[in-house]
Design a protein around this ligand. Structure first.
Ligand SMILES: *Cc1c(COP(=O)(O)O)cnc(C)c1O
Length: 459
């Protein structure tokens, strides 16, 4: 017996809102949102009725189809909501996961500043103060610079600095440093959008101080050195150091800008990682140095500009500053992170540094305890050595020896998808038909929930 289905069999919105599967969704959500999901779902089901009516054998089936569509929308809404993700990729500064995880001290400072806070008020005098005054002082103490300014990210810092210092003029840069820093942000385009003219000098692999000197003319506004933070060059290469640029007599009247990108302030030499320190650039007398707050600084997303007072004053008073300045929560997290570096407690308190410092043995024993805790049917699982990376466009040549649980099996895509959509969400690494759960980037307190997530995904 065939059922004659028609779009009129789709229940009204009011009826669907009372459906026992949909009604609970209203709890904690705006009703208008659910209504719009219902309308979209009804539209989809109407199309199905028009094209493949045989799909439906009863009025109940029509209603059920609409309900399923609405529930799928609710699920996908939940997965797009910002939430905790366990990072089992082994990539420390995972750009898709928000780069550096924040320290507890940064979180409590953010909580404190979330209410009313003395963002631009000197509590002693009762007068207006510089925004985030103490943060700027801490950044100066930390880097040795005279003055500091903080904006949204290092990309914003680049645009602001170029425009404020050299707007309408030429900026000299080595060909070997014309980088793309990710997200399609390419230096030549940045120059154009900042209203400065790019004056490329040297060649891809070799640039000499005399190349800068001969490019100098009355239109020169600045010289910029861009740290190759996301790639490396080897072999037959030369480029002047920031110190050589600063000390070159011919260039003495133009600003020397150092775009450091990764922003290391706590030495990693003990771990065999050589990366220029911000303090080194400041000490070399660079006029302006800029770097990201959420790369090797281990703090919130922001762009930190430090340098000589007169230049920084020019930057601070540029109209773009108002558009690029960051909010009180960022400044609060940054203040706490800077304090931690100043107290030389990065390895104790900053999650990024804790993960960097973990020994292979520690990661391996975390793997062993995780393995003993997961209850899964998948027999094809073993502990393997793995290589963690810094990521986030920093230290591309650094490989951190690590360990991972390696899962085999036939439905790994499905398992990976279940893990991503679980609570908490888990992002693992897929390589050569194996699913790798690298524990260098998993904090100890996350191991319990990771075990349950894995058990569920493989159940
Ligand atoms: C990462 C990077 C930037 C951009 O920093 P964001 O904080 O991501 O905007 C700029 N310059 C260099 C050299 C970088 O490495």
């Amino acid at each position: 017996m065939s059922f004659d289905v028609s779009p009129r069999d789709i229940p009204a919105v009011d009826v669907l809102l009372k459906n026992s599967a949909i009604e609970p969704l209203v709890d904690g959500r705006e009703r208008g949102q659910i209504v719009s999901w219902i309308r979209d779902a009804a539209g989809k089901v109407r199309n199905r009725i028009m094209t493949v009516p045989a799909e439906f054998d009863s009025v109940a089936a029509v209603e059920q189809a609409v309900v399923s569509e609405v529930l799928a929308r609710a699920d996908s809404d939940a997965t797009t909501s910002l939430q905790h993700v366990i990072n089992a990729t082994g990539v420390l500064l995972h750009t898709n996961l928000g780069r550096a995880p924040l320290a507890e001290r940064a979180l409590s400072k953010m909580r404190e500043a979330a209410a009313y806070t003395n963002l631009e008020l000197n509590l002693e005098s009762g007068k207006r103060s510089q925004r985030g005054e103490r943060v700027m002082q801490l950044l100066c103490r930390l880097t040795g610079a005279d003055a500091a300014v903080v904006v949204n990210n290092c990309a914003a810092a680049t645009v602001l600095v170029l425009q404020a210092i050299a707007g309408g003029k030429e900026v000299i840069v080595s060909r070997g440093q014309l980088v793309e820093i990710g997200g399609g942000f390419r230096l030549p385009d940045v120059f154009a959008s900042a209203g400065v003219f790019l004056r490329e000098v040297g060649t891809t692999n070799r640039t000499y101080i005399r190349d800068y000197e001969s490019a100098l003319n009355e239109l020169t506004g600045a010289v910029i050195r861009v740290h190759r933070s996301n790639f490396y060059q080897g072999g037959f290469t030369t480029e002047p150091s920031i110190k050589e640029l600063v000390e070159c007599p011919t260039l003495k009247d133009v600003a020397v800008i150092d775009d450091l990108g990764s922003g290391l302030v706590t030495n990693l030499q003990s771990m065999g990682i050589a990366e220029p320190l911000v303090q080194g650039s400041v000490e070399s007398n660079a006029d302006i140095c800029m770097f990201s707050g959420d790369k090797l600084f281990g703090g919130p997303q922001c762009g930190i500009i430090v340098g000589k007072k007169a230049w920084l004053q020019k930057i601070r008073s540029h109209p773009l500053m108002r558009a690029l300045r960051c909010d009180k929560l960022t400044l609060a997290a940054l203040e706490a992170t800077a304090e931690i570096h100043l107290e030389q407690r990065a390895f104790e308190e900053l999650p990024l540094f804790q993960m960097l410092r973990r020994t292979e043995l520690e990661v391996r024993s975390a793997c062993e305890s995780l393995l003993s805790e997961i209850a899964c049917n998948e027999k094809d699982v073993e502990i393997v050595s793995s290589v963690s990376r810094i990521g986030g466009g920093s230290l591309p040549h650094v490989e951190l020896p690590s360990f991972a649980l390696s899962f085999g099996g036939s439905a790994l895509q499905e398992v990976a998808s279940k893990l991503r959509q679980g609570k908490p969400a888990v992002l693992a690494r897929q390589a050569n038909d194996r699913l790798l759960v690298d524990l260098r980037t998993v904090m100890d307190h996350e191991l319990g929930s990771l075990a349950s997530c894995l058990s569920r995904a493989f159940a």
